[in-house]
Every structure is written in C-alpha cells, then in structure tokens.
Design a protein around this ligand. Sequence first.
Ligand code: A2P
Length: 279
Amino acid sequence: MNAPAKTDEFAVQNPAQGTAKIPDGVYAETVLAVEHYTDRLFRFRMTRPAGFRFRSGEFAMIGLMVGDKPVYRAYSVASPAWDEELEFFSIKVPDGPLTSHLQKIKPGDTVLMRKKPTGTLVLDALTPGKRLYMFSTGTGIAPFASLIRDPETYEKFDEVILTHTCREVAELKYGFDLVEEIKNHEFLAEIVGDKLKHYPTVTRDASYPYRGRITDLIENGKLFSDLGVPPLDPAVDRGMICGSAAMLKDTKDLLEKAGLVEGSNNKPGEFVIERAFVG
Ligand code: A2P
C-alpha cells in the first residue's frame, strides 16, 4: 500500500496535466492499474487514503486537474469497503469535460477525490428481506461491483441477483470478470457460494442468446422464469437500481407496481435508487 497523500502540501505531478496545486479538502491518489474494455468503457484502480471510509455502494466525487482547474464527476466506488485499493468503472465520452481526460490516465498518474462519500445504494437503506435484486445498465453496475464483493451483502440476503444490461456483449465483460474473480477469491468464494446469480442481457447484439431491456424482462416475466424464482414479492424481495434516468424511472415504476416501496438512508424501504449520476 502506498502512503496516503497529504494533499494540501504538494502539487500534482502528472505528465498529462502539468503541475498544479491540489485544492483543499481533496485527496490526491496514485493510479495503480487501468483496463480498457471497449472504446466506451474502462476501469481503473488507485491508492486508497488511510482516512477514507465508505459503505459499499456509495459514490465519491472523482476529478482531475484540467489546466489549473479541478473537474469532478460522481463515481460509484466499485471496490468493496474492505479493499485496500479503490476501483472505479467509467464511461469514455469523447468530449466529456472529465472522461475525455480520465480515459488517458496511466499507472503513476494522480487522480483527485473529494473526501466525503455518499449515496443511497447501501444495505442500510433496505429493510430486511431474502432476495436482493441489483438492476443495472451500462456503468450502473459499478456500485454493485462493490456490493457483490462485500460479505455483509450475503449475511443479509440468501440470494443476490445481479442484472446487467448493455447494448453489446463486449460491454458485459466487466461483470463477467467480477463474477469470475469472486469464484476464485480466497475468502469470498466460500462466503458467496451459490448465492450470487448473474443475469446479463444485451439489447443491440443478435449474437448473444440473452436479449432485452431488463424492464421488458420484468414485465413479461422472463427474468423470473429464467432464474427459476417467483415474481416480485414485497414480503421477501428487495431491489437496488442504477442506470440512466429513463431506466431508473421505468424500473422504479415496475417495482412500485409490484408493491415495493422506495427507501432512503433516513427511511429504509424495499428498494433504492441512485440519482447522483443523472441530470
Ligand atoms: P437500448 O439499446 O434498447 O436503448 P445506454 O448505453 O444508452 O446507457 O444503455 C445501456 C442499456 O440500457 C442499453 O441496453 C439500453 O437499451 C438500456 N436502456 C436504455 N433505456 C432504458 C430504459 N428506459 N429502461 C430499461 N433499459 C434501458
């Protein structure tokens, strides 16, 4: 583990960005690894400051100095709370104020992170249940990448169903890698056992057998018949949703139709939504 950065005392030395003074209240961390999945998606790992505490599923503001100004966007921490490093899964937007720069980071570069994490996709915001659905599209899988690697998720639920819908098969790879990592992990493998079910689908790729928007698959019941589970039941089922604004709304409507009530940190409920990433 690298020593935590004392952010106020030194300047960022990043070949891509020149040298600039770090703002107050911000950690400056070192990139450890970068993996590009497609021309739209990549993940990176960086050092974790010793003082940075978060709950699995929360997000933080991640940034870079662009010229002499910091630019931040909300990013779910994709690594679990116990991990010594921090992982993030990101989209690449060609003209994006942050991601057009972030997609070029290399090991050794500096990434900024505001000190306070927050978010509603946390186990504390759900009332007790038996089966936890995590509904994600695209990079919305990131908070669930954290939660499916947290033993507490499996202490609280007998069954954890991670749905991930993307346009194309190549965009599902991060999810497949996560599940594989868990299966081979020294202590997670035993804790998770067969409790985790991964349900990936695509919407614009005829080469893959599992197709369709998750909303359609809930509505027509295919999700449940494929998994061999009963339809949504507020007595036992809990949900977490992370995706685009339209996906959040449509999925929320279906859960409400099934009788589940939305919760929050202050008032735990039967499902939760992360609204931080949408305008
Ligand atoms: P589709 O290809 O039918 O638009 P994006 O990359 O645009 O964020 O989309 C990621 C995935 O989310 C795509 O598979 C997309 O399907 C799906 N999606 C987009 N809008 C919705 C919605 N309102 N409800 C459910 N899934 C959606």
